[in-house]
Design a protein around this ligand. Structure first.
Ligand code: AMP
Length: 378
């Protein structure tokens, strides 16, 4: 158990690092951020910062020397960088887990090997394997880069062989995976934490709505039958156990129209679909993350309220900040980013409801005031 006053090193300087650093501070820890961006969201609230590239051995060494334990809010550190860090200080989650989550091929191979269902998929390396993949998976399908894709980038939905060939030519880096298109009823996720002593806790299953591949709204709890929600949590626990996780893990899933679940992606870090926990749970995903990494006991992942979380994305949403602050009941979270580029996550708002009182779509749009206009067609 890491004593208060110790320093937790967080690789990555974005909003996930910012909210993790704030949770660490509340538990008496100092957060030290490794980031390539001076004055980013995490650096603004941290006790210390190392500015450097995530693969620069000098920066990694300086960072490791200054901290007691290392964790991540950003996954795409090279294997060599991870090995270097792991040779110097305890790293949670382990580099092996990060390696799995960085690569859709390794991820799906691991999940399927652990008995966890995913969309059907096939490896695509060249023109011949693309044709073979289309023959086995069928169309429509989604062609994705195995590495470095996020928020809907690095992927294309393809309905014809021609479109698949065009997408193959334009998507980089190779290799790619072709995934069968899942005609899902909804998308859900769970956030699960596992401590060094093997304790596993899992937040309630939530429902996620994406716009242009970016998370827009999370509803807690998901509006699905309890039995499916429990199966989603069981899958989350199963993945955490199979990985031997120490830390926090988000598991995104599709709910098929027949009620079956398929895992889309795992992320061994706090997740946008868990931001609601800051306001609706006694211990948020960020506190669970820090507790797991610091070897503290994990409290139950209890939810005291129902919640709706809405992302504030790009210049248009964040321009409404003054308006948002004036809406009673909206809990505002600003990430401190100065450059509001299109598609960039600038902040989020949460609205709480008494347990069991999460309204239907119209009520939620209403509750979000002007932010809810475009929200929730379902
Ligand atoms: P990803 O980058 O894999 O998280 O995908 C981003 C979003 O694209 C997901 O949240 C889904 O809305 C959609 N998507 C991804 N893969 C599939 C699939 N195999 N079938 C249907 N929709 C998908």
């Amino acid at each position: 158990m890491l004593p208060p006053g110790s320093t937790i090193g967080i690789v990555g300087g974005g909003q996930l690092g910012r909210m993790s650093a704030m949770a660490a501070a509340r538990l008496g820890y100092r957060a030290h951020i490794l980031t390539n961006e001076a004055d980013g969201p995490a650096a603004q609230v941290a006790a210390a910062v190392t500015i450097g590239d995530y693969d620069d051995p000098l920066a990694l060494r300086a960072f490791a020397a200054a901290v007691d334990v290392i964790t991540f809010e950003f996954e795409n550190v090279s294997a060599a960088g991870l090995d270097l860090l792991a040779g110097l200080k305890p790293v949670h989650p382990s580099p092996a887990i990060l390696g799995i989550s960085q690569d859709r091929i390794a991820e799906k191979t691991f999940l399927n090997g652990a008995g966890v269902p995913t969309a059907t998929w096939a490896l695509v390396e060249d023109a011949a394997s693309l044709d073979a993949a289309i023959a086995t998976i069928g169309l429509p399908a989604i062609l994705k880069t195995a590495r470095l894709g996020y928020d809907g980038r690095g992927q294309a939905r393809v309905a014809t062989v021609e479109a698949a060939r065009e997408a193959f030519a334009s998507l980089d880096p190779k290799p790619l995976v072709l995934e069968g298109f899942v005609d899902f009823a909804c998308e859900v996720s769970v956030v699960v934490a596992r401590g060094a002593d093997g304790t596993v806790v899992c937040f309630d299953t939530v429902e996620n709505q994406h716009v242009h591949g970016i998370l827009d709204i999370t509803l807690a709890p998901a509006r699905i039958p309890e039995e499916i929600a429990e199966r989603a949590q069981a899958l989350g626990r199963q993945v955490a156990e199979a990985l031997g996780l120490i830390g926090l893990l988000a598991v995104e899933m599709f709910v098929d129209r027949d009620g079956s679940l398929r895992v889309n992606e795992i992320a061994p870090r706090p997740h946008n679909s868990g931001h609601w926990t800051i306001d609706a749970c006694p211990a948020s995903q960020f506190e669970m993350h820090i507790r797991a990494v610091a070897g503290l006991p994990l409290p139950p992942a209890t939810r005291h309220s129902d919640a709706v979380m809405k992302n504030l994305i790009g210049p248009d949403d964040i321009a409404r900040w003054p308006e948002i602050l004036a809406i009673p009941g909206l809990i505002p979270h600003h990430y401190g980013k100065t450059d509001a580029r299109i598609g960039r996550k600038m902040g989020h708002v949460t609205r709480l409801f008494p347990r069991g009182a999460l309204p239907g779509a119209f009520g939620i749009a209403d509750a979000l005031g002007p932010l809810g206009v475009a929200a929730l067609s379902a």
